[in-house]
Design a binder for this molecule. Structure first.
Ligand code: M5T
Ligand code: MG
Length: 614
């Protein structure tokens, strides 16, 4: 089953399809390493379980003894009343002590197990998040945030059960089964066989149940991830939904997504609903058989009432772990399904960094070279074709071209967000593939059109959690990029707290913050992609002045549709369908009368027409 996802991507199948969630020893070994650090705790839990179980098994023996040894003895006149009373007293005393001990054991066991479980979940969650932080941007193009959230939030819970409920639970239940079997066969073989008569039916029901449950559990997990993905998309896109009055249709769409999840859960409810009563039914039939057969044996004197009582008790103890085992198999399957999904993330290729990175010079001179670079986001759909250019240290370069021409892609490659397929990109003569991304990204200040602000105050967003940048410096930089006037107007000024995304600021205000952000790093290379697109002309003029000063000692790359903003660049590259078609200064290109000239003409004429209209 494939859940159709909005904007479906090729690789998504891995996260949505019904992989066979059967027990996979290789996967199990991989997952078990999350539990390994806690082996002492788990061993302790096992020990406590063993003690508890031993007491559990011993109790019916005591009960049977209480019935037989004293009551029968007295009624038959073979035992003096006083002796029986004292014996009974001792027996009951021992019994009460055992019950108390079991209470303590049970508490300790639960605490050990649960707290270990919570630690394991915490570790898995951290591991997945750590991994997600190291994944390349291309991963996030293919996986909606909601699905990734499910992987981090819900799946570790399911996986945790693998270690706590399933592995230890199964162990305990198998031990109980063996102990009970041993106890009943030792007491009376024929009555034990009578109790066992129900076994084949139970085994059959369990197998059928397991097969059904396997399919259902994967489905439930997939549907849950789907709901999360749907919610993420539709909550982030609330503005668009309202603008296109899609509320009604989205509600209907959600109803379907929700219904699919509901149905998957209902199938589980139905299967569980049948399984339990069926086992109960078999169990009571077996009890009836036991009462009949045991009754006859007791009447015939081959068994005692105490024994019959004991058998009835053991029968309960026999069926309970059987039921639990079946459910544990069920959980095993669902947690294996979750484990598989988590593992798929853990096995994703991380951002590649060379094993032995070339150290990045500090400071860089900022020379940038693209050497016959070819790049495609997917397969052979070339977005950049044979792109070559050099930007000398301290130069300012600008990229212009139609929408979708590949300008942002050039910048993304320079920042190492994606891996190029052919050619080389060099910074200061070193290919970026041989440097650590973390190291050289430090030297690139990036200002984008879409600015993402993090939850936190303004000052923190400017210094980007870098404590070495003083408050004074933050203010100085904010003044420099003309952001101070709007920041001062915010309640709290620099301490004004933004929610994640910074949605309460205007796009232009966010861009100004982003400028300040880039400058606090004092980067040798400044990259701006439509960085002033949302800023009014007045502010832009003010920034332009600051930018000119900024460009003096660093290499700058700017992408802009508004050509007036890049006119002064040392070199302008015109990108057309992934190729560099023209390059030169504004004057050179105007003289050349090619693509650039036409672009300028278009903008100029457009602007003057507008001017005439108003
Ligand atoms: C260039 C395609 C896009 C366009 C081309 C980000 C992204 C882009 N593309 C993909 O196939 N997958 C992706 O994940 O690549 O895109 P660009 O470099 O973003 O173009 P631009 O910056 O020149 O355009 P614009 O609109 O910002 O001026 O065909 O479909
Ligand atoms: Mg772009």
């Amino acid at each position: 089953m494939n859940v159709p996802m909005p904007g479906g991507g090729g690789q998504r199948g891995k996260f949505y399809t019904n992989e066979k969630a059967r027990f996979n020893p290789r996967l199990f070994r991989k997952l078990i390493r999350f539990a390994l650090p806690y082996w002492k705790m788990l061993l302790l839990a096992l020990l406590l379980m063993g003690l508890f179980t031993a007491a559990d098994i011993y109790r019916p023996l005591l009960e049977g003894q209480a019935i037989d040894a004293f009551m029968e003895g007295v009624s038959e006149g073979t035992l003096p009343m006083q002796v029986a009373r004292n014996g009974l007293m001792q027996l009951v005393g021992l019994y009460a002590l055992m019950v108390l001990a079991q209470f303590v054991l049970s508490y300790c066991r639960t605490m050990t197990l649960r707290s270990t479980g919570q630690r394991i979940i915490r570790d898995i969650r951290s591991a997945v998040f750590r991994k997600v932080q190291r994944l390349p941007l291309s991963f996030f193009d293919k996986h909606p945030a909601g699905v990734v959230v499910t992987r981090i939030v819900n799946d570790p819970d399911a996986l945790n059960e693998l270690f706590t409920t399933v592995v230890l639970g199964m162990f305990q239940n198998i031990i109980v089964l063996m102990a009970v079997t041993f106890a009943i066969f030792r007491t009376d073989v024929s009555m034990a066989l009578c109790l066992m008569a129900a076994m084949p039916l139970i085994a059959l029901a369990t197998i059928v149940f397991r097969l059904k449950a396997r399919v259902i559990f994967l489905e439930i997990r997939n549907r849950l991830a789907h709901i999360n993905a749907f919610l993420d998309e539709h909550i982030s896109g609330m503005g668009v939904i309202k603008a296109f009055h899609m509320e009604k249709s989205k509600i209907d769409e959600f109803r379907n997504v929700n219904k699919a999840y509901y149905k998957a859960n209902m199938r589980n409810v139905v299967v569980m609903g049948i399984f339990r009563p069926f086992i109960d039914c078999v169990r009571y039939l077996a009890l009836a058989l036991l009462l009949w057969y045991g009754g006859i044996r007791t009447l015939g004197g081959a068994a005692s009432i105490g024994m019959l009582y004991m058998f009835i008790k053991y029968m309960g103890m026999f069926f309970h772990p059987l039921m639990e085992l079946a459910e544990e198999f069920n959980t095993l399957q669902s947690s294996m399904a979750a484990g598989e999904k988590i593992n798929a993330i853990l096995e994703e290729d991380e951002e590649v960094d060379p094993a032995d990175p070339v150290p990045v010079a500090r400071p860089l001179t900022g020379r940038i070279e693209f050497d016959h670079v070819w790049f495609a986001y997917e397969g052979e759909n070339w977005v950049l074709r044979d792109v070559s250019f050099v930007i000398e240290p301290g130069q300012s370069a600008a990229f212009v071209g139609a929408t979708g021409a590949g300008k942002t892609s050039i910048i993304s490659l320079l920042c190492g967000f994606y891996e190029y397929q052919k050619g080389r990109i060099l910074i200061d003569g070193v290919e970026i593939k041989s440097m650590s991304k973390k190291d050289y990204r430090r030297h690139i200040g990036l200002v984008l059109q879409d600015v993402f602000l993090m939850a936190g105050d303004i000052a923190t967003n400017i210094r980007m959690w870098n404590e070495r940048v003083s408050d004074e410096r933050v203010r100085e930089i904010a003044r420099y990029v003309q952001a101070d006037s709007f920041i001062d107007k915010l309640p709290g000024g620099y301490d004004h707290v933004l929610r994640s995304g910074g949605g309460t600021l205007s796009s232009g205000e966010r861009q100004l913050i982003s400028f300040a952000r880039a400058l606090t790093q004092d980067p040798e290379i400044l990259v701006m992609d439509e960085a002033t697109a949302n800023i009014d002309t007045n502010t832009e003029l003010l920034i332009q002045e600051a930018l000119l000063r900024l460009q003096q000692n660093r290499t700058t790359i700017a992408v802009a549709h508004r050509l007036s903003t890049i006119k002064n660049a040392d070199r302008i590259f015109v990108i057309h369908k992934g190729r560099i078609r023209e390059s030169g200064s504004h004057d050179e290109l105007m003289e050349h009368r090619g693509l650039y000239y036409h672009l300028v003409q278009l903008q100029y004429n457009g602007a003057s027409e507008q001017g005439q209209q108003t």
